[in-house]
Every structure is written in structure tokens, then in C-alpha cells.
Design a binder for this molecule. Structure first.
Ligand code: NAG
Ligand code: NAG
Ligand code: NAG
Ligand code: NAG
Ligand code: NAG
Ligand code: NAG
Ligand code: NAG
Ligand code: NAG
Ligand code: NAG
Length: 414
């Protein structure tokens, strides 16, 4: 059929040409005749048989390999007569020479542990290698013998690469994760042989269902999946997944890890004041805002007066010299939201009064409790100056009662 005699030199030349054309060949794997591509490869003989199969396929030593394969013929093909599928090993002499033939579905040749499991009548040449080792790494060609029709798919070489170590699984998480989002996390592993798929385990739910699925190119992927609803606690969480491939003698394990990056709105926003104790009048006051957020938040400080809240600073730390009392709060903001701190009270007694009574400035932080807390405090304030100071330290007041408390204390002092 292919009356070729290929010399060693020819062979080298052809191999070089093959490498150059590999990319093109792969793109045109199932495309019909293109003289530029297989002129040298098929040695100027127009191929009459084409297969659709991966051009290059990886396998694991000690495991099996299923090669998805279908074929087409240009000449007439008679499915009423005996069809013999043949696999040949790397050799550009496309003859039925017994030196290159490794398998015939008629079983007249069965040198390699493989079997054509596809139905050749249905043009299905799917082939199963039952046990591979690295010495099987090679280029293979498929051939059909159907009565007078005998053809080799010389344009469609199949490169099998047998590896000693397994493939790391891949963990798939959507990008741009945000809190409250429900996402599907998948760990998937290449599965050269669906008859013995890898076992997948991860540090998410242990009973995740394992599924082996067929890819569009006929190869297989094994995966486990879990839906998770994200929260800020998932940020920085490491998901690790391992794939254990069953191979003869031992088991090959490969692991993959990914770290989740989850955006979330500001949390634990709080305002603090420094110095926190008693300080002398006119000195520097620092209000500091802290918050947990991803991405990091912007800060705004507000001062509350009778006319409402006014922004006074967009720094995390607001520094000023204390000259008058005030009530402040900060807001931490990122693109997912904002959060307001509790109020900070800066109470400053006028310098005039400070001189007269030798009172010192007092800055305090107040938490807000129900209004009823204010009432006993109010009546308790009808005491002398010393006790008024104590009042600030001990009594918790409501937000509404706060201005009243100022007024009360101030009146008393005047
Ligand atoms: C080869 O595959 C065919 C089709 O699946 C099956 O009937 C046959 O028993 C297999 N032969 C061997 C030797 O495994
Ligand atoms: C080809 O045969 C294989 C093995 O029997 C089978 O799994 C596959 O579904 C068949 N492909 C088509 C396209 O029928
Ligand atoms: C691969 O397997 C064949 C038999 O299937 C054996 O003859 C050969 O020595 C093995 N090669 C290696 C590298 O294990
Ligand atoms: C995950 O959610 C998708 C829909 O978003 C659903 O189709 C799938 O069944 C869910 N998977 C699991 C394991 O709950
Ligand atoms: C996640 O993995 C990284 C790198 O492996 C490590 O630095 C980090 O501490 C891990 N995080 C957690 C929460 O374990
Ligand atoms: C931060 O806020 C959360 C509620 O959003 C709370 O459960 C947690 O205790 C706070 N952490 C600190 C350190 O205050
Ligand atoms: C603020 O107070 C500090 C002393 O604490 C002083 O050095 C500084 O000059 C004051 N600034 C203004 C603008 O009054
Ligand atoms: C702060 O207030 C000014 C007006 O006083 C306004 O123009 C500005 O947009 C405000 N900035 C923020 C961040 O709210
Ligand atoms: C905080 O978010 C609310 C809407 O959720 C918005 O109305 C408000 O203006 C925001 N505040 C600041 C200071 O960004």
C-alpha cells in the first residue's frame, strides 16, 4: 500500500519537519487533506484515513489509559466485512510491517497490553492501554484494514507520554470573591483512565461526591465539588486537595493548595482616644479609628454638633489641640459598605474654669446604654465638684441624654 523505503537520513529530515509542523498538525487533527501539512509526513501520499483523538496524551506509569478515538475514511468503507483496527509504533514507514505493528484487533498481533474497546463498525477506535510504563512513551499511528481498503492515519500521529509522577489536582474557585456570595469550589484531577479514577480528598466537607466526567475531547476528569457561602472568616483560608492515583505496587499522591481571598465590608470599627486619662488644657488629642476590612477601608471622622455631623478628617488618626468639648465618631468605608464606630466624647473644660477650680481636662469614652441610666446620674450630679468628676468615670449615659449631661455639669460648674 505504501511502497516506501525510508533511509536513516530521510527519517531524521522527516522528524525535523514533523516537529516544525507539530502545532499546525495538532490544529488540523481532524481536518481533511491539507497537502502542506502532510506532504512530508505521509510522504506525498494522500491519506485515506483520519482519526479524531488528542494529538498528545499523558499517562501514568503503572496505571491505564483510555484513548478517545473516532475515525473517518475518504474511500469507501464496507462495514459489512471484517474490520481490523491496527496500532503501530513510531515509524514513518506506514506499512503493515510486523516490526512496527504492536496490536491488531484480530489478535494476530498483541505485543502491547492494549485493546480497541470502541466499535470499529461505528467508526469508534477508542483504545484502552491496560498497564503502562515509561517505556511506552512514543508516537503511535492507527490503521484500518477492511477488505481491500487498507489505510494508515499518517496525518494523525498520537503522542503518548508516560509519566512517573501524578498530576496535581486543580482547585477551581471563581475570582473576585466577596462575603455573602455563594460559590462552588471544585477540585478536579486529570483522569487518563476512567476505569481507575483518582481518589480526591480535601479539607472542606469530607463526603463530597466524586464524579468522573467526560470532557469535550473525550478525555476524562474526576472532580469533587462543594458550595460555600463566603464570609470574612474565609479570607486567608487555605483549601488543599490531594489526588491519589491507584497504580500497581504503590499509590501516587499529588496535592494542591489555594488560599482564598475574600473581600468584605468593614467590621469591628472602633474609635479610641489618646491620651486616655486626664490631660492639661490645649494639648494634643489623637482620635484613632480602627477597622477590619478587605480591601483596607478609608476613614472619615465626624464631629457632632447641634447642626448635625460634619466631617473633620479623612485620616485614620485625627489629631487636634483640645480647646472645646465635642462628640466624635468615625466611619470606615470600602466598596462593599461602611461601618460607624461608637461615639467618642472629648470633654474640655474652659481654661478659665480650669484655673479657678484647678480642674483638669478630662477625655472620656462612653458607651451608650438605655436612657434610664441617665436619670439617677442627673440627680446625683447635684453635689460638689469632686463628685461631678467621679460622675464621668462611673456613669454611663444614653446618646440622647449626653447633651443633657453636658448642660447639667456645665450649669453646676458655672
Ligand atoms: C477488548 O475489548 C472488547 C470490547 O470492549 C472486549 O469485548 C474484549 O473482551 C476485550 N479483550 C480483551 C483481551 O480485554
Ligand atoms: C466509543 O467507545 C467507547 C468505549 O466503548 C465508548 O465509551 C464511547 O462512548 C464511544 N464513543 C462514541 C462516540 O460512541
Ligand atoms: C515496561 O513493561 C514491559 C512489559 O509490559 C517490560 O518488558 C518493560 O521492562 C517495562 N519497562 C520498564 C521501564 O519498567
Ligand atoms: C451548588 O450550587 C449549584 C447551583 O448554584 C447546584 O447546581 C449544585 O447542585 C450545588 N452543589 C452542591 C454540591 O450542593
Ligand atoms: C496558608 O498557606 C500559606 C502558605 O502555604 C501560609 O503562609 C498560611 O499561614 C496558611 N494560612 C492558614 C490560615 O493556615
Ligand atoms: C468583631 O465583630 C464581630 C461581629 O461582626 C464579633 O463577633 C467579634 O467578636 C468582633 N471581634 C473583636 C475582636 O471585637
Ligand atoms: C498643640 O499643642 C502642642 C502641645 O501639646 C503645641 O506644641 C502646639 O503648638 C499646639 N498647636 C496649636 C496649633 O496650637
Ligand atoms: C466633607 O465635607 C465637605 C464639605 O464640608 C464635602 O465637600 C466633602 O465631600 C466631605 N467629604 C466626605 C468624604 O464626606
Ligand atoms: C454608608 O453606607 C450607606 C448606605 O449603605 C450610605 O447611605 C452612607 O452615605 C454611607 N456613609 C458613608 C460615610 O460613606
Amino acid at each position: 500500500m505504501f511502497p516506501l523505503k525510508i533511509t536513516k537520513d530521510d527519517n531524521q529530515r522527516l522528524m525535523a519537519a514533523l516537529c516544525e509542523n507539530m502545532l499546525i498538525v495538532s490544529m488540523l487533527l481532524s481536518v481533511f487533506f491539507n497537502p502542506d501539512v502532510f506532504a512530508e509526513y505521509c510522504h506525498d501520499i494522500q491519506p485515506a484515513l483520519f482519526i479524531t483523538a488528542p494529538k498528545e496524551i499523558e499517562a501514568l506509569s503503572g496505571s491505564c489509559l483510555e484513548i478517545p478515538c473516532s475515525f473517518k475514511t475518504t474511500d469507501q468503507f464496507d462495514d459489512g466485512i471484517n474490520i481490523i483496527g491496527v496500532w503501530m509504533k513510531n515509524n514513518l514507514a506506514f506499512s503493515s510491517d510486523s516490526n512496527v505493528v504492536i496490536f491488531k484487533s484480530s489478535r494476530s498481533v498483541n505485543k502491547y497490553p492494549l485493546n480497541i474497546t470502541g466499535n470499529l463498525r461505528e467508526k469508534n477506535c477508542t483504545t484502552l492501554f491496560t498497564d503502562l510504563n515509561t517505556s511506552y512513551t512514543d508516537k503511535y499511528f492507527f490503521r484500518i484494514e477492511n477488505g481491500p481498503f487498507r489505510a494508515t492515519a499518517c496525518a494523525d500521529p498520537l503522542q503518548i507520554n508516560v509519566k512517573d509522577s501524578p498530576w496535581s489536582p486543580s482547585i477551581n474557585v471563581p475570582s473576585d470573591l466577596k462575603e455573602h456570595q455563594s460559590v462552588t469550589v471544585t477540585c478536579s484531577a486529570f483522569t487518563p483512565c476512567p476505569h481507575s479514577p483518582p481518589e480526591l480528598t480535601w479539607n472542606l466537607q469530607q463526603d463530597s461526591l466524586r464524579q468522573t466526567e467526560k470532557n469535550t475531547d473525550g478525555t476524562f476528569t474526576t472532580k469533587i465539588q462543594e458550595n460555600i457561602t463566603l464570609s470574612d472568616t474565609h479570607d486567608g483560608y487555605n483549601i488543599s486537595c490531594s489526588a491519589r492515583y491507584p497504580v500497581t505496587d504503590k499509590s501516587d499522591i499529588a496535592e494542591t493548595e489555594v488560599t482564598l481571598s475574600v473581600s468584605y465590608a468593614p467590621r469591628n470599627t472602633s474609635a479610641s482616644i489618646s491620651p486616655s486619662g486626664l490631660v492639661s488644657a490645649g494639648s494634643r488629642v489623637e482620635l484613632s479609628c480602627s477597622s477590619r476590612a478587605k480591601p483596607p477601608p478609608r476613614f472619615i471622622w465626624f464631629s457632632i454638633s447641634k447642626d448635625g455631623a460634619t466631617n473633620v478628617s479623612v485620616e485614620q488618626v485625627y489629631r487636634f489641640n483640645g480647646t472645646q468639648r465635642g462628640k466624635f465618631y468615625c466611619v470606615a468605608t470600602n466598596h462593599l459598605g461602611n461601618q460607624t464606630s461608637s461615639f467618642i466624647l472629648v470633654n474640655i473644660i474652659s481654661e478659665k474654669r480650669a484655673e479657678k477650680t484647678e480642674e483638669e481636662l478630662y477625655y472620656g469614652e462612653l458607651n451608650f446604654l438605655p436612657a434610664s441610666y441617665f436619670l439617677p446620674a442627673s440627680s446625683a450630679s447635684h453635689q460638689d465638684g469632686e463628685q461631678q468628676e467621679t460622675l464621668y468615670a462611673e456613669v454611663k449615659v444614653s446618646a440622647d441624654g449626653l447633651e443633657g449631661l453636658y448642660a447639667e455639669v456645665n450649669n453646676k460648674r458655672r
